[in-house]
Design a protein around this ligand. Sequence first.
Ligand code: 13P
Ligand code: SF4
Length: 367
Amino acid sequence: MIDMLTAVHQDLPEEYRTLSDQELDRRITEAKRRLGSDLVILGHHYQRDDVIQFADYRGDSLKLAKIAEKLHDVKYIVFSGVHFMAETADTLTTDEQIVVLPDMKAGCSMADMADIDEVEEAWEVIQEEFGDTVIPVTYVNSTAAIKAFVGRHGGTTCTSSNAEAVLKWAFERKKRILFLPDQHLGRNTAYKMGIPLEQMIIWAPTTGEFEDYHCDREDVRMILWKGHCSVHQKFLPEHVHRVRERDPEMKVIVHPECSFEVVQLADDNGSTDYIIRTIEAAPPGSKWAIGTEVNLVQRLAQEHPEQKIMLLSTTMCPCLTMNRIDRPHLLWALENLVEGNVVNQIKVDPETTHWSKVALDRMLAIQ
Ligand code: 13P
Ligand code: SF4
């Protein structure tokens, strides 16, 4: 991944680590004021409260990508989110616009599970096995290199908000889909569309072999890359059983990055934006156990005291990489921009940008 980027990681200077909460808030507000309309801060729903409060726009991956694409007059886009989201913003903006990720270590363990060399090797095996009948689709939670790969091979990207519409688009073009890198989103979405589990096989990059391949070759419809989200895999079927045993009125809503078993047991599932809209529309007195990142669940619980909202799991489920974007890093990035210095810029190389934009534009055109 690093080969594909010209970005250079810079570490937070020591003096930013010891600032008080008040000082951080005051200086971030001041830096934002000084940067004015040159700056937009985009924040993903999983960000901590003390950071998301400074976002000009907050949203799920799809919404943030659509906003980034429209920020034509903005000089600096500071991303409070993770690396792949900032790469997407850089891909969808002009060469002159600058995208900053305040801490380069804010990655995504799922995106790291599909390496471009592994994908190229897998593609060769898949072509030998299935011929020209496969279209690649990648979840946006993937590197720009993987997005460029799917763009070059006639495929597209998806988010958890539009996965069903994207799979429908892809099946109109080819009989089979290679779905990267999240096996769970791929399986959950395809199953919802009526594809039986027997027609879904797994590609395991660590062994270079297919798994769960029990049907005839002709019947295979989905080839699922063996990747997952380390946060959402912590939600288990016993958590659903436990909350229901304790309170039968409790409704369970989960993100589709959860396992098939958990999604099947849940009352509902959808993207972070979908989860938020569902809670907002629920009547007072509703009871929810939510299977997604803990910052979002805690925020929903605070914003909706008229409902009973709890995390589905017994253990905290933080996305540790998202949480790397904290106020000291945000302040440091902003104060450097005020001085005309750019730290931790996300810059995707031109060739990768071209093809990943092809993939992203195809997705953005799908309704
Ligand atoms: P959303 O697209 O639902 O915001 O999800 C992004 C993500 O990384 C979930 O883990
Ligand atoms: Fe990646 Fe999971 Fe964190 Fe989302 S929650 S950014 S998929 S590690």
